[in-house]
Design a protein. Structure first.
Lengths: 288, 758
């Protein structure tokens, strides 16, 4: 296996086009290296992008949050801009692996591996993430929902590099959060991860709902059936509505017989209820 | 300054921190061959043929050795039931069937994977219940022909490897007199040691003798087992020990060493072997899974008239040390808490699963779990406070355990209940919704088996302790033994070195097990040091022209008491004596005498007494997440009696580590069996607790000097794992208001229990 270290996006896309399917990008390496050691992946060339300047920034671009592909989980978990505009992402990043993992694991790597248990994906989905992909022949933008093509599969072409992610920040009367259930307190993949963003009109009517989850065997996804069950209800309504939504979510998991799937189904209603109350409480608190 | 009760640096700390310490797994030799085992892929079946050809095609593979090429007798620690290589049938998944010899590790491992093993599978006997069912297939049809060490009658019968029966015959009467009966059945899974350094062996053969270099907890046992397997005299085998990367009981018996020795002789070249991560798991002598049914006859006033205990533990495919461990229930039930009479019936049974064995606190965690859950159940049935009921039921000094051994200092536990209460008052501990508190007590032994040490005064006035006591991580050798020698000789701890184990060079040592090193080897060192000291004083008295009784030794200097100017250094004494009388060295042995007991108390009992007992009380405070079923251990308190704390930091370190292992057993680790095969096959699936899952353990160390121990020390390292699962389960049950009678306590189990209470 060859190892090449690139210094710029231009160099990176050159190498990518040169090696095609033989090449593989290495960012933090927390997915690539274990896969290599287990013999699941043996690329001819590892293209190390960790030294590229300019892929590690978090910025505001005309009201939209732009995050470079090399931003680490630790940065996401501690950056104040993210905590303010994308609390769900901040919480999700803080739930990835352990501190050691978070220090090297990148957002780009989490997105491109697209594991069914990838913690940041639900948080990105509720912020309507748009990805910028670049290759020698130019650049394209794609929504994260379209990018994800089922457990581990993505729309990324072998010659493309993920450059940045753009996110729609939280609105005035909105709140969001991410909750993860795992068997241990750290270093464990999600049994289920749930992200919720709520927008509430001054009248108290919920006029925006985004729910996404990860865990199980499908890739992370929005759950529109659950979203529509909540849309148009009032915050002050009997929180029983949350229970209904939880049931819809549990159904969305399917009824696989595996113990892990049963456990996931079981915790989802309570988990949603907990998250929804938390978000609703934050909005009510902010409004008061 | 006294070396005791301080926490000097370990002799191996620097090398281990810098990665310079040479562990067994780091060893290599010029011209070394590698070998790997081909193992049975199925749990049970008839071995029809082994085709070596696919393996021999691999570049670098030299030979595939099968049962026909190796000794055909069976051996074992207690029951000689284990073949070196399976010959006509396999009894568990992972049983060795062939050895592949190769020029490289990669070739050996590839060869082992390629050997074509033709086995006609049969339905495995997968659980102890199946093994005991009427008409069950016999795991070993010829069990009756297996020899037992010393010809002991351990109650073997078909699939029953060992049976220990204690039955005073008065239970029916007691149950007839009871106001009510409390019963429970407690189930626990296996536990895997999960040490980091894999098992390995490096063997050479020269001039008719085998030398085995290894990281092993018990080099002398290894020597004897290799000799038994190869059919040679123990003196033809030399075992040299290196740094151990964790063992927790898994490195007490033979594993790869005899294979490597046999091949070293066959090829006249060094042979190295090492487990892969999967082999570690398949061949680990896990803590046995067990079912413990307990029934007590109780009077309304809280008197426990009788306890009836029936235990079935899973030995796996071979006996290993299960028959000895089957005595341990005799020291758990009807000991700490008073019962008028008890019947204790323990069976250890064969199944078609990997043989179980020793894991820190052998059998203790699940026995104490059953005993202490049962105490909570009785207290609940009586409507009594659980702590108050324990205190009321606590044995008194002089009460007898079931083996007739008096509990001489059990009142220490009463003190422990007070000390824990001072730290976290029982009334408030675990208060609040879905929060709970649980306690568990234990009396644990200090392993009594023999040790020897030679203490030699070096010519520069420092001392070397020559012993095969093994440093298995606890610091018992790296600090404790050095402190004891230093204290006895009047040296500083860093002026004492200890050798690594070598069975050719030292007296017998029974290995790193059961917290014995500090107590047993420490005692031998204290005695040998006293002899060295008296020789030093004789010489110094001549040099200083003063009576030996008037001399004191401090920090390596001998001086006349009250006349500090009249002094010689130990170096001067050593130099002088070496060239006049000859060098100073002295050896001493120690083995703890068996405590007084009733030899007729039970049949099949191989461990007769509970020597040098130590006293333990644990308290766990937990909260439960009603949504996820997750249990968080908010606070964990250990109150432990140690005799005398030689190295306080080492003791609290052992307490923290033991609790972490206990929490894994209680909450997150899983070793499930499905038709005899392990379900979890990687650490990712296994669920070891991590730093984030383990609270900082609060340790209260109590000292009650033991006259037989070196400066009063008893054992301390093994038992902190023992009461943990019991305390946690009691706390969870308290939090959710429903019993928790099986381990581990998965979140699903908590949710199930919560649903049942609603
Ligand atoms: C111990 C441990 C614990 C973990 N726990 C979690 C967890 O709790 N939750 C979780 O979600 N994940 C977890 N992971 C997985 C992993 O840490 C994350 O997926 C991480 O975000 C991957 O980022 P990376 O920078 O290390 O990616 P790398 O391993 O470098 O790359 C991952 C993949 O993405 C590709 N890639 C990376 N960057 C780009 C780019 N800019 N453009 C195109 N392709 C790219 C690589 O070619 C590769 O295919 C864990 C991993 C480990 C080792």
């Amino acid at each position: 296996m060859r190892f090449c270290r690139v210094r710029s996006v231009a160099e990176a896309v050159d190498e990518l086009s040169r090696w095609g399917t033989e090449g593989r990008i290495l960012a933090g390496g927390t997915d690539v290296m274990p896969q290599y050691l287990r013999g699941e992946q043996s690329p001819a060339v590892l293209i190390d992008i960790s030294g590229i300047d300019g892929l590690g920034g978090i910025s505001d671009v005309g009201g939209v949050t732009s995050i470079g592909a090399l931003v680490t989980m630790r940065r996401l978990a501690t950056a104040s801009l993210i905590a303010l505009r994308h609390p769900a992402l901040s919480q999700a990043a803080a739930a990835v692996g352990a501190w050691q993992t978070q220090t090297v694991a990148t957002l780009g790597g989490n997105i491109c591996t697209a594991a069914a248990t990838a913690d940041t994906l639900p948080a990105l989905l509720i912020a309507d993430a748009q990805l910028t992909l670049v290759s020698k022949s130019g650049r394209r933008r794609i929504g994260l929902e379209d990018f994800l093509a089922g457990s581990g599969a993505t729309a990324l072409r072998p010659t493309e590099l993920l450059r940045a992610v753009e996110l729609e920040p939280l609105g005035e009367r909105s709140s969001e959060g991410y909750l993860k259930v795992a068997r241990r307190s750290a270093m464990d993949l999600a049994v289920v991860g749930l992200a919720l963003r709520l927008d509430v009109a001054p009248s108290g009517v919920i006029d925006g709902v985004r729910i996404a989850m990860c865990g199980g065997d499908q890739s992370a996804h929005r759950v529109s059936a659950a979203e529509s069950a909540l849309l148009g209800t009032r915050l002050s309504d009997d929180p029983g509505a949350f229970g209904e939504v939880g049931a819809v979510l549990a159904d969305a998991v399917g009824s696989a017989a595996l113990p892990e799937a049963q456990y996931r189904r079981r915790v989802l209603p309570g988990l949603f209820d907990r998250l929804a109350r938390r978000c609703a409480g934050e909005i009510a608190g902010a409004g008061a | 300054m006294s070396a005791l009760g301080t926490s000097p640096e370990r002799s191996d700390a620097d090398a281990k921190l810098r990665g310079q310490a040479v562990y067994g797994a780091d060893l290599s030799k010029t011209g070394m061959l590698w070998a790997a085992l081909a193992r049975s892929p199925v749990a049970a079946g008839h071995l029809r043929a082994i085709d070596p050809v696919p393996a021999l095609r691999i570049d670098g593979v030299l030979e595939v050795v099968t049962a026909a090429d190796v000794p055909d007798w069976r051996t074992g620690v207690i029951v000689s039931d284990t073949p070196m290589l399976a010959a006509d049938y396999v009894a568990y998944e992972g049983e060795p069937v062939a050895i592949v010899v190769a020029e490289s590790r990669a070739a050996a491992e590839a060869g082992a994977r390629s050997v074509a093993v033709d086995i006609e599978p049969v339905e495995p006997v997968s659980t102890p219940e199946q093994a005991l069912a009427p008409g069950a297939r016999l795991v070993h049809p010829e069990w009756n022909r297996f020899a037992v060490a010393g010809g002991a009658d351990i109650g073997r019968n078909g699939n029953v490897v060992a049976e220990v029966v204690h039955d005073p015959g008065d239970l029916d009467e007691a149950f007839a007199a009871a106001d009510f009966v409390v019963e429970g059945t407690y189930r626990t899974l296996r536990q895997y040691q999960a040490h980091l350094e894999p098992k390995m062996a490096l063997a050479t053969y020269e001039s008719g003798r085998y030398t085995i270099e290894v990281s092993h907890q018990y080099p002398f046992r290894l020597r004897d087992r290799v000799a038994q397997i190869l059919g040679v005299a123990p003196s033809a085998v030399r075992v040299v020990g290196h740094h151990i990367g964790g063992g927790f009981g898994a490195k007490l018996d033979v594993s790869l060493e005899a294979f490597a020795a046999l091949l070293a002789q066959r090829y006249r070249r060094p042979v190295r072997m090492q487990h892969t991560a999967l082999e570690e798991r398949l061949a680990a002598p896990c803590r046995a899974n067990a079912i413990t049914a307990v029934r007590s006859a109780v009077r309304r006033d809280g008197t426990i008239l009788a306890t009836d205990v029936e235990i079935v533990s899973d030995s796996g495919a071979y006996a290993n040390n299960g028959p000895a461990l089957s005595s341990i229930p005799m020291f758990v039930f009807g000991s700490i808490y008073r019962v008028d009479t008890a019947r204790i019936w323990t069976r250890n049974v064969y199944t078609n699963t990997a043989p179980t064995g020793a894991y820190r606190g052998v059998n203790g965690p699940w026995l104490v779990f059953a005993n202490e859950r049962h105490m909570d159940a009785i207290a609940d049935a009586l409507g009594r406070d659980r702590r108050e009921f324990r205190l009321a039921s606590l044995a008194r000094d002089g009460d007898l355990m079931r083996n007739g051994q008096p509990l001489e200092q059990v009142s220490i536990l009463r003190e422990a209940f007070d000390r824990v209460d001072d730290l976290s008052g029982w009334q408030d501990a675990g208060a609040g919704e879905l929060r709970g508190v649980g306690q568990a007590a234990a009396i644990w032994l200090t392993n009594p088996m023999p040790g020897h040490a030679t203490v030699k005064l070096n010519e520069d006035g420092t001392a070397t302790v020559i012993t095969s006591a093994t440093e298995n991580g606890s610091g018992a050798v790296a600090t404790g033994l050095r402190q004891i020698a230093a204290e006895a000789l009047g040296l500083a701890t860093d002026q004492v070195t200890v050798t690594m184990p070598d069975t050719d060079a030292t007296g017998y040592d029974a290995g790193s097990q059961g917290s014995r090193t500090t107590h047993v080897v420490g005692r031998a060192i204290a005695d040998a040091s006293a002899e060295v000291r008296s020789q030093v004083l004789d010489q110094a008295s001549q040099m200083l022209e003063a009576a030996a009784e008037d001399l004191v030794i401090t920090d390596g200097v001998v001086s006349v008491a009250g006349v500090p100017t009249a002094s010689v250094t130990l170096g001067q004494v050593a130099q002088s004596v070496t060239w006049t009388e000859g060098p100073i060295a002295a050896g001493a042995s120690y083995v703890t005498p068996t405590p007084p007991h009733d030899p007729l108390c039970a049949t099949g009992m191989l461990i007769k007494g509970w020597p040098t007992p130590t006293y333990h009380l644990h308290q766990a405070e937990v909260s439960v997440d009603a949504v996820t079923g997750h249990v968080t251990v908010d606070r964990y308190i250990v109150c432990q009696e140690v005799g005398r704390a030689i190295h306080p930091d080492a003791i609290t370190g052992q307490i923290q580590g033991g609790v972490a292992q206990g929490l894994g057993f209680a909450l997150s680790e899983r070793v499930d069996l499905d038709h005899g095969r392990y379900v979890q096959r990687t650490f990712k699936q296994h669920g070891l607790p991590l730093a984030a899952d383990v609270p900082r353990v609060e340790a209260i160390v109590m000292e009650h000097a033991d006259p037989a121990g070196p400066f009063g020390a008893k054992g301390a390292a093994e038992p902190p794992v023992v009461p943990v699962a019991a305390a946690v389960a009691n706390a969870v049950a308290d939090a959710i208001g429903a019993p928790i009678d099986s381990l581990p306590i998965r979140p699903e189990d908590v949710l199930d229990a919560l649903e049942r209470t609603q």
